[in-house]
Design a protein around this ligand. Structure first.
Ligand code: PMV
Length: 371
């Protein structure tokens, strides 16, 4: 497939007004995406767990303009409050996707959004937020084409598969990692030899058998620092240009995906823990070795990591951590060990969280339309 496949045929129906609602989850990468080319094309492939509870719920209301005025007309509300500061990001998003959704300038939109996780939790809402908005826009396009989304994957002109692919494609143009939030439970994004069907254009469902050990895998998110990130991921990605270790890193991500594929099939939790922790620390090592360099981990991030290592060594229990572009720690463990590991988290790790805040989440199945 190419970008051109996402340019729609002329719309066959008109719509005056309406609204759609989607809830879309966040995701956590096991193999990290860090570094991008033009148009949000990733420098390396990534693989993520879709989350279940950490979601954005977005309602998109639309009214047809009486006269087309060649501008994007929209307002954004977060928790009922108008957010003018969110507008530039959405304006850029609309500019990037207009060619794929030619109805955008014909309507006035109201975007109402809320997150299930606390607003300033340090959890990036861009993946869940951009995917929820992309899905809402796809639901409108579907009505304009009067397309019956066939639930049989490969039938009809506008299949469920195409709907998801285009939603992921659009979400990617809003925020790269957002393309991995449409479906679950494991999503691969970025062309790599070892994963059949993988592409830079959108996320695909991981196409191979996954061992029982990874069913309902748990992710307890320890909120170490709820403040704004000092360095945005856009800036971070850009620092991978001319980075001294970039080429090796991009190559390593392909190899790590190959290794992870074996691990996901065999259920080898020791190998899983080693791989995801190495990926997390490599991501942060890239940040520390870029120019300018920066550190997003906080002292409590390191405290938590050390305590996880000690606990794992002492008990032999399969618990590990991963990090995204911030100080918060995602503690990963299998469902059947939840009791002992959650007990450890509560008694030893929560003290390092800001205001004792943490979120118990687990692997999820993707986004849902609720209206
Ligand atoms: O989607 P972005 O541009 O915010 O980048 C996110 C990058 C990481 O979260 C650090 C890694 C990943 O693969 O999600």
């Amino acid at each position: 497939m190419t970008e051109k496949d996402f340019i729609p045929k002329p719309y066959t129906h008109t719509l005056e007004t309406g609204s759609v609602t989607w809830e879309s989850p966040s995701n956590i990468a096991l193999v990290k995406y860090w570094g991008k080319k033009k148009n949000q094309i990733p420098e390396n492939p990534s693989l993520s767990f879709t989350l279940n509870k950490c979601k954005t719920i977005t309602t998109l209301s639309f009214t047809k303009k009486l006269k087309e005025d060649h501008t994007f007309s929209f307002d954004i509300y977060l928790d009922g409050e108008k957010k003018a500061d969110f507008k530039p990001k959405i304006q850029t998003f609309f500019e990037r996707i207009e060619i794929y959704l030619p109805f955008l300038k014909k309507y006035v939109f109201k975007i109402e959004t809320e997150n299930t996780f606390p607003h300033s939790s340090g959890i990036a809402s861009s993946a869940s937020g951009m995917s929820a908005l992309a899905l809402c826009l796809m639901s409108i396009e579907k009505q304009l084409l009067d397309a019956d989304v066939s639930h049989k994957e490969d039938e009809g002109p506008f299949t469920q598969k195409y709907f998801n692919q285009k939603a992921s494609f659009l979400a990617r143009l809003g925020s790269g990692s957002a393309c991995r939030s449409i479906e679950g439970a494991l999503i691969a994004w970025g062309k790599t030899e070892g994963i059949e069907g993988s592409t830079d254009l959108f996320g695909i469902k991981y196409p191979y058998q996954v061992h029982e050990n990874f069913k309902n895998y748990q992710d307890t998110i320890l909120l170490v620092d709820k403040g704004e990130k000092q360095v945005s991921s856009t800036v971070g990605h850009n620092l991978m240009y001319n980075h001294p270790y970039a080429l090796n890193r991009f190559q390593q991500a392909h190899q790590n995906l190959e290794t992870l594929k074996e691990i996901l099939g065999s259920g080898d939790l020791d190998a899983f823990n080693a791989l995801v922790e190495s990926e997390a620390l490599t991501l942060h090592a890239m940040m520390m070795t870029s120019m300018p360099y920066f550190i997003l981990m906080k002292p409590n991030t390191l405290e938590i990591i050390n305590r996880i290592w000690n606990f794992r060594q002492k008990t032999g229990l399969p618990v590990s951590f991963t990090l995204d572009a911030g100080a918060n720690v995602h503690v990963l463990y299998p469902h059947n060990e939840s009791q002992k590991i959650l007990q450890f988290i509560k008694s030893e790790l929560v003290v390092y969280c800001q205001n004792g805040h943490y979120i118990c989440d687990q692997i999820g199945l993707g986004a849902n339309q609720t209206q």
